[in-house]
Design a protein around this ligand. Structure first.
Ligand SMILES: Cc1ncc(COP(=O)(O)O)c(C=O)c1O
Length: 333
């Protein structure tokens, strides 16, 4: 029987980065993972995988693992937030940082403006700057009781080259859980200025004091059509080493664009999907011929697809199979 709280010796015996980056006299508090044991069903699922040496490509109820992840995400969004999502518009990736890089590359061009709430989780800045986009900082305003979205300031920041608003809700690091009216205002600006919203909702389960998380894409079909929601079980379930994240497109037209992104080693994500299925189609050239504009709903056409390997176009897409969460689903969690 494992206790919820772990001893300092048990924590120091771990081989993770948190407890091994600094010396033995340091109590690490620098990375977003908790020093508790994981929930028993997760532990049992991992244990089953280990016991059975079940390290092949996973299936669940006869479905590919990524389909199992998509269905699990849809069921959970319905249960937690009464939000109906279409499992067909979900894309499972290995981590959320990929899920930030990918829509920035799909929905903007080098030089375009991307608005980011600051202070922010640092990889958001990297996703914007490393891809050659222009970082537009949108400061959170402390009104003495809590941090606010200053919507008039946001409207002043947006210029004709701005393409994307990055929203982090609940916000890391201020901890704000945005309310319905604030999110509606944010969505209104996106609609009026014809912008894509990338909404990181990874902390949506870690909400206290009777507050309620509202997925921005759940507010209206108009907002949903221009929102890419990204989330992961890593924070809620304290499993950052079991890599899995999802990207959800409020518009069915947008999902194929992301799947066709060229991966860093010269093959598109679509290629990898087909390869898993026994196919072998590289959809990168198709995207290049077509451009993405025709498929985008409610957003400006992109001029050029992201060029493979071009300077200012980095994308850490693994292009590989879905990892940890699929394993857990496979084992029945
Ligand atoms: C706001 C936010 N987004 C994304 C991530 C990355 O999550 P993961 O490493 O599970 O992909 C973190 C991790 O701390 C985070 O705080």
């Amino acid at each position: 029987m494992t206790t919820f709280e772990l001893s300092i010796d048990a924590l120091r015996a771990r081989r993770n980065s948190k407890w091994n980056r600094y010396g033995g006299d340091v109590i690490p508090a620098w990375v977003a993972e908790m020093d508790f044991s994981v929930a028993a069903p997760i532990q049992a699922a991992v244990q089953q995988t280990v016991d059975q040496m079940d390290y092949g490509y996973p299936l669940r109820n006869g479905n590919r693992a990524d389909i199992a992840v998509n269905n699990a995400f849809a069921a959970r969004m319905k249960e937690r937030f009464d939000w109906e999502v279409d499992p067909d518009n979900v894309l499972a990736l290995a981590d959320l940082v990929q899920g930030t890089f990918a829509p920035i590359r799909v929905f903007s061009e080098p030089g375009d403006g991307v608005v980011l709430q600051v202070p922010a989780y640092p990889p958001f800045r990297e996703a914007i700057i490393d891809n050659g986009r222009r970082l537009i900082e949108f400061p959170m305003v402390d009104d003495g009781t809590r941090y606010q979205l200053d919507i008039p300031a946001l409207e002043r920041l947006i210029d004709p080259t701005t393409r994307i608003l990055v929203l982090c809700n609940p916000q890391n690091p201020t901890g704000r859980v945005f309310e319905r009216d604030e999110l509606l205002e944010f969505g209104r600006v996106a609609i009026e200025r014809d912008l894509i919203i990338i909404s990181d909702e990874i902390h949506s389960d870690l909400v206290f004091d009777g507050r309620k998380h509202i997925p921005i894409a759940s507010l209206s079909p108009e907002i949903a059509a221009r929102t890419v929601t990204i989330t992961s079980p890593t924070k809620s379930f304290n499993i950052p080493g079991l890599r899995c994240a999802v990207v959800y497109f409020g518009s069915g037209a947008a999902r194929p664009l992301l799947q066709e992104l060229p991966a860093p080693h010269g093959r598109s994500a679509q290629h990898h999907r087909h390869r898993r299925d026994g196919g072998g189609v590289d959809a990168g050239p198709a995207l290049a011929r077509r451009g993405a504009g025709a498929s985008r709903q409610g957003a400006r056409p992109r001029r050029q697809p992201p060029a493979q390997g071009a300077a200012g176009n980095k994308f850490p897409y693994s292009g590989s199979d879905v990892h940890g969460l699929a394993r857990l689903l496979q084992a029945g969690v």
